[in-house]
Each structure stands twice: as C-alpha cells, then as structure tokens.
Design a protein around this ligand. Sequence first.
Ligand SMILES: [Zn+2]
Length: 170
Amino acid sequence: MQGRTHLIGGLAVGLAMLSLDRFQVPLEKSLVCLTAASIGSLLPDIDTPESKLGHFVKPLSLALNKTFGHRGITHSPLLLVILYLLLEALVPDFHNPALFFAAGMLSHLVLDMLNHKGVPLLYPLPYKFHIASFRNGSLEEFTIRMILYGACFLLCLHHVMEKGLPYELF
Ligand SMILES: [Zn+2]
C-alpha cells in the first residue's frame, strides 16, 4: 500500500478512537494523539528508503532494509508491542498517545495484509499472512483510500456536531 493510504488509514483510526467515550482526550491533546497515530501508520515502511518516513532517515532505513528486508520486523506485531511498551515506560503522561501510535501501526499492518506480499504476524517465524491480493497503486487501493477519506470526513463532522468548532486552536 502507498504511504498516503497508510497515512489516511492511521488518521481514520485515530479519529475513530477520539470519538469513543473511553478516550476523554482534551482538544489540545487530540492533535498529539492524531500525530502519534499518523507516525504509527507510517513507521513500518521505515524499512524502505523510498517511503515517506524512510526518506528522512535514509541510513537507518537502508540498515533496516539490509538486515531484515522489506516487511520484516518493522511489520510485526512483536515490534508494535515493544514500541508501545517502550513509549508507555519512557514517556511520562503518554498513555493515550502511545495507544494511538499502536493503533496507527496496527492499521498499517491490516492495510498491508490486503496485498499478496502479506505481513509476518508471527515474526520471527518467517510466515507471512494476507487476506486479499490488491496491487499497490491499484483501483482497489484507490477505492479503499477514498473510503478512508470519507470516514475521516464523517468522523470530523461528527466531532464538530458534538463538540462544536475547535476555535481555541486558531
Ligand atoms: Zn508496509
């Protein structure tokens, strides 16, 4: 899947979480949570130097790619859990953003499972799993991206109708 599909997927998941009563996130923290979800949604492709995130940290990206290959450890639930626990442990008062980060990363894994290359859900075991065989940049991916844009729009609309416009941000 393309970076922009992953990004809008992470935002959709983040917005959906914000709309849940379980997360009573104040407005100023909402942006931190959405940023965390966005970074989580892009992070797995850091193992590709041409990806949106890999582009900014090319030496690390090249090292990850050479060591683990594309869709290796960075696409594993194992790393997701490790990073979530690290964020919880190392960054005080970061509970919600850590959850949003993990959810964003999970959205990446789910979207990549729609492609035949699959995702190593049982890493370090070498098996990769997929649930569909949509090609990168295909009409199917475009359709999924449009649905995710629609979901983001509806979730923003829901938020504004429930809480009003976020004037305090301007
Ligand atoms: Zn990926």
